[in-house]
Design a protein around this ligand. Structure first.
Ligand code: PHE
Length: 331
C-alpha cells in the first residue's frame, strides 16, 4: 500500500503535468475518487489495531487535505490561464485604424495669407509684422497725416480707451508696419507685412469691420514708379496665373506721392479694385530717419480677404466668418 506522503508527491506531479482543466479533473478522479489509492487505504484502516489505525487515519487525513489543496491551487492557475486566453482571443484592437480620422484644415484666409507670403518670399521679400493695437503716431502721424487732416476721417477708426484720448487705436491698415520697419532697418528694404486690420464698418458683402491686408514696402536706390507697376504685375501673374493683368489709377494717400489704386483684370475682362500703392512720400522717409535724397521707395497694400474672394469666386465676405463647415470644406 502506498504511503500517504508518496500519494501527496504523486498528486503534486500529476497536477503539475495537467495542462487543461479537463486533464486536471481526470487527475482529481485518479487521486481522490472511489478507486483511488487514498480511498483504498482508508478502507484498509479497519483491519488495523486501534492505535495504529488512529495514527494511519491522521496521516491519511493530512494527505487528503494536502492533495485537495494542490488540486485547487492548480485549478485556480489553469482557469486563470484559460480566462486570459479567452480574453486575448476576444480582444478588439482599437489601435488599428482603417480609415483616416477626419481632421480640420487651414481656413481659406490663412491659406491665402500663407500663399501670398510665399509668392513675395519668392520675389526676395522678408515678412515683417507689427501690433494690432497701434499708436496714433504709427497709424497716422509717421505716415504724413497731419493732426486734424481730413484724410484721417476716411479711415473710420476704432479708438482704444488707453492713454490720452485718441492716442491708441486698432490699426486701420497695415501701413504702420512700414514706419516700424524703416525705423528699425537700414535700407535696402524689401518686406511684406500681412495682418489684421479694423475699421468701424457695417458688415456687408464686400466690407467687414475686421479684415486682413498685406503691405509691401521697398526702399532702395533709384526705385521708380515703373518698378512699382512691374512688381504689381509680376505679383498678379504669380498669384493668379496667366490671363490676369493689373493697372494703376491715380489716387491719393498722404503717405505716398504719386499715389495710385490698383485693379486687376480677370480673364472675363472685368476689373476689380484690390488696393492702394505709390512712391513712399519723402516726409515719411524722413519721419523714419531715412534720407530721401539718397533713397526712394514704393509701397502697396491690399485686402487679403478680397483677394480670396476673387481667387475662389466667393460672393460674400461674410461667408468667411460664419464658420459653416459646408462652406469652409470647399477650400
Ligand atoms: N494703407 C492704404 C489703405 O489701407 C493702402 C496703401 C498701402 C496705399 C500702401 C498706398 C501704399 O487704404
Amino acid at each position: 500500500m502506498a504511503e500517504p506522503e508518496q500519494l501527496v508527491v504523486e498528486a503534486e506531479r500529476q497536477a503539475g503535468a495537467a495542462a487543461t482543466l479537463d486533464e486536471l479533473s481526470a487527475v482529481r478522479t485518479a487521486m481522490t475518487g472511489k478507486r483511488s489509492p487514498l480511498v483504498a487505504a482508508r478502507k484498509a484502516l479497519g483491519a488495523l489495531e486501534p492505535d495504529a489505525r488512529k495514527q494511519a487515519g491522521q496521516a491519511l487525513n493530512a494527505a487528503k487535505a494536502a492533495i485537495d489543496g494542490i488540486l485547487s491551487t492548480r485549478e485556480a492557475e489553469l482557469s486563470a490561464a484559460a480566462r486570459a486566453e479567452r480574453l486575448a482571443a476576444e480582444r478588439l484592437d482599437l489601435t488599428e485604424v482603417t480609415e483616416q480620422p477626419a481632421s480640420g484644415h487651414l481656413h481659406v484666409i490663412t491659406q491665402t495669407w500663407q500663399e501670398l507670403e510665399d509668392v513675395f518670399a519668392g520675389m526676395g521679400y522678408r515678412v515683417a509684422e507689427g501690433p494690432e493695437i497701434e499708436s496714433e503716431w504709427y497709424n497716422f502721424g509717421a505716415l504724413n497725416f497731419p493732426l486734424g487732416h481730413p484724410a484721417r476721417d476716411m479711415y473710420d477708426t476704432l479708438y482704444v480707451d488707453y492713454g490720452e484720448p485718441g492716442s491708441t487705436l486698432l490699426r486701420t491698415h497695415t501701413s504702420p508696419v512700414q514706419a516700424r520697419v524703416m525705423e528699425n532697418q537700414a535700407p535696402p528694404v524689401y518686406v511684406v507685412a500681412p495682418g489684421r486690420c479694423f475699421r468701424q464698418d457695417t458688415a456687408d458683402a464686400t466690407h467687414m469691420p475686421v479684415f486682413h491686408q498685406i503691405e509691401g514696402l521697398v526702399v532702395d536706390r533709384d526705385t521708380s514708379l515703373g518698378d512699382l507697376a512691374g512688381t504689381i504685375e509680376a505679383f498678379t501673374a504669380a498669384y493668379f496665373g496667366p490671363g490676369f493683368t493689373s493697372r494703376l489709377r491715380p489716387s491719393y494717400f498722404p503717405f505716398t506721392e504719386p499715389s495710385a489704386e490698383f485693379d486687376i483684370q480677370r480673364p472675363d475682362g472685368t476689373w476689380l479694385e484690390l488696393g492702394g500703392c505709390g512712391m513712399v512720400h519723402p516726409n515719411v522717409l524722413e519721419a523714419c530717419g531715412i534720407d530721401p535724397e539718397r533713397w526712394q521707395g514704393f509701397a502697396f497694400g491690399f485686402g487679403i480677404d478680397r483677394l480670396a474672394l476673387i481667387r475662389f469666386g466667393i460672393d460674400d465676405l461674410r461667408e468667411l466668418w460664419t464658420n459653416d463647415l459646408r462652406f469652409l470644406r470647399q477650400f
